[in-house]
Design a protein around this ligand. Structure first.
Ligand SMILES: O=C(O)CCC(=O)C1=CC=C[C@@H](O)[C@@H]1C(=O)O
Ligand SMILES: [Mg+2]
Length: 318
């Protein structure tokens, strides 16, 4: 079976530039592609590179698309090299849309909303809470730690005083440092998190995401032993090779999986079906085309019912 292939690069500016320990991100670039089969059915896919997470660059992805003929085989789709994980995801998603292998129910997913860094978090969280959000993620490791912990304590106070005592569901708060903390700073954050979690109140610090750099797995394993708040690896497990390596080195807490840059969905499914990992599925700010494929994978593979990190649409619209 051969497929007609078309692709189109896009640029999508963030409404507010996204500040993380990696820097400031103003515009999301990607590629929308489609495959048309011999009956004229069309499958859509998206290539959304995230090079500072270790995926290919946007330029690599474009060059790969440009060198392909307008008619491609299944063989081409399933032999895209591992150094092009976002391309593997994009092409395989389009193929799967043309050859669906299972009905997927996205209704059981619940979402984590990504909050802005700095003081604006104190107002943004409530707006999203009023829109029924119960899980939030806040980026740290961007400003001075004393300033951030001060804002964090204001955030906890704001949430606590806003919630009615009869509030049925806990609020889950996730912190994401994007490798931006030192070991000492991570310990300081985790002491605060453990204190909040020990209160067993209406707020639970669900996890601290990627506190240290990807070459400090040993220190992050030590943090897991020292503190009760869970840790999550993100940049450390950006693709199948890295995920397998951290798993083999004994990581038992949370694995953040970004399907759109992880590589072949088929290989991801195979890994998750053979290893019961505690996974959180996360967006890379792809469009609804990439999100649809990524969320289908999440709903199939979610082992524990953790919120998916796809509450990001407010970063672009409204
Ligand atoms: O995971 C989420 O809750 C939302 C997506 C998100 O936080 C990220 C997406 C892409 C790159 C990063 O800035 C960031 C992350 O580190 O998880
Ligand atoms: Mg992260």
């Amino acid at each position: 079976m051969n497929y007609q292939f078309q692709f189109q690069p896009y640029q999508r500016p963030f409404k507010i530039p996204l500040k993380t320990a990696h820097g400031i991100w103003k515009t999301r670039e990607g590629i929308i592609l489609n495959l048309t089969d011999e009956q004229g059915n069309i499958g859509w896919g998206e290539i959304a590179p995230l090079s500072w997470f270790g995926s290919e660059t946007m330029e690599d992805a474009l060059i790969f698309c440009q060198q392909l003929p307008s008619c491609i085989s299944i063989e081409t789709i399933f032999t895209i090299p591992d150094y092009l994980p976002a391309c593997q995801f994009g092409f395989e998603s389009a193929f799967t849309e043309l050859n669906p292998n299972s009905f997927v129910d996205l209704s059981r997913l619940h979402y984590s909303e990504l909050l802005p860094t700095g003081e604006t978090v104190l107002t943004t969280w409530e707006t999203l809470f009023q829109q029924r959000a119960k899980t939030f993620k806040w980026k740290i490791g961007v400003d001075d730690i004393t300033e951030e912990i001060n804002i964090f304590q204001k955030l906890i106070h704001s949430i606590t005083t806003t919630l009615s005592p009869t509030q049925a569901q806990k609020i889950h708060l996730r912190l994401d440092a994007n490798e931006g903390l030192t070991f000492e700073q991570a310990k300081k954050w985790l002491e605060h998190c453990d204190l909040i979690n020990a209160n067993q109140g209406l707020i639970e610090i669900e996890f601290l995401e990627q506190p240290l750099s990807i070459d400090q797995l040993d220190l992050m394993l030590e943090l897991c032993d020292r503190y009760s708040t869970l840790l999550a690896l993100d940049e450390s497990v950006a693709n199948l090779q890295q995920l397998n390596s951290c798993y083999q080195q004994g990581w038992l807490d949370i694995f953040v999986i970004k399907p759109a840059i992880f590589g072949s969905p088929k290989k991801l499914k195979n890994f998750c079906q053979n290893h019961e990992i505690d996974a959180v599925f996360s967006s890379v700010f792809e469009t609804n085309i990439g999100q649809k494929s990524a969320l289908k994978i999440a709903s199939e593979l979610l082992f524990y019912n953790r919120a998916v990190g796809f509450g990001i649409n407010h970063w672009f619209t409204g």
